[in-house]
Design a protein around this ligand. Structure first.
Ligand code: NAI
Length: 252
């Protein structure tokens, strides 16, 4: 098969990328990286409209195209509303970056149902519904890229984060299984698993924990975004069902 007829090899014209939780942090950096690769980008946000507007402005200042789209990913009705809004403004969503996520830490013995359920609803149920809604147009286009922002905490223990770890481990399982379901349609599904990244979520990283990272520093949102952009690119057409750790060697 030639590159033009092999499913998934070449990004079709007129498609866009959707990045959830792109008002700041890893999501904002990913939106910028995808825009730099030529994707028009739907910049999704939860409540931070000003942050999303800043991401859109930064993309436009660099010569790209972007729109901001609001929605609570934990809301079961949100997936269709978010994808439909992106499609209406920018065309079919052929790259989906499930980045929006929260923590609500506590030792398992003390975790309330609400803290467990909210983290699962945001970090796992949301990406599942967005993925389910996004797959139809991707399969029809015979091209799609789904990148889930998991965590090394989904791959190994981190005391005090049972809910978060369960959500991210679930996201890794979702990634691998959906990848197997749609690979022959030209749709790839991968995850990145960041370690300590300097964003609002991590606040200050204690000196003692920095010492455990072989690179001896936290990562930047841009360093995660570069991996997201690679997995969304034509160059990654044969990479699917994989989990790319971005952690300065922490889990090596
Ligand atoms: P952040 O807190 O800066 O950004 C998270 C984004 O998700 C925010 O824009 C927030 O508004 C959005 N969001 C949260 N709940 C939402 C909801 N229900 N509906 C819509 N939007 C919602 O955090 P950061 O660090 O940029 O995290 C991004 C992703 O990376 C998350 O999935 C996080 O779990 C993951 N991650 C972060 C690490 C770090 O060290 N910062 C390490 C490993 C994974």
């Amino acid at each position: 098969m030639s590159p033009k007829t092999t499913p998934g090899l070449v990004r079709p014209e007129g498609a866009c990328a959707l990045v959830t939780g792109a008002s700041k942090g890893i999501g904002a950096a990913s939106a910028l990286a995808l825009a730099a690769d030529g994707w028009p980008v739907a910049v999704h946000y939860g409540r931070d409209a000003a942050g999303a507007a800043a991401t859109v402005a930064a993309i436009e200042a660099a010569g790209g195209r972007a729109v901001a789209i609001a929605g609570d990913v934990a809301d079961p009705g949100a997936a269709d509303a978010i994808l439909s809004a992106a499609e209406a403004q920018l065309g079919p969503v052929l790259a989906l970056v499930n980045n929006a996520g929260i923590t609500d830490d506590g030792l398992a013995m003390q975790l309330e149902d609400d803290a467990f359920d909210r983290v699962i609803a945001t970090n796992l149920n949301g990406p599942f519904r967005l993925t389910r809604r996004a797959l139809g147009p991707m399969v029809r286009a015979r091209h799609g890229r789904i990148v889930n922002v998991a965590s090394i905490v989904g791959l190994r223990a981190n005391a005090g984060q049972a809910n978060y770890a369960a959500s991210k481990a679930g996201l890794v399982g979702l990634t691998r299984t959906v990848a197997a379901e749609v690979a022959r349609r030209g749709v790839t599904v991968n995850a990145v698993a960041p370690g300590f990244i300097a964003t609002a979520m991590t606040h200050e990283i204690p000196e003692g924990q920095l010492g455990a990272i072989p690179a001896r520093r936290p990562g930047s949102p841009e360093e995660v975004a570069a991996c997201v952009a690679f997995l969304a690119s034509d160059a990654a057409a044969y990479v699917t069902g994989s989990v790319l750790t971005v952690d300065g060697g922490l889990s090596a």
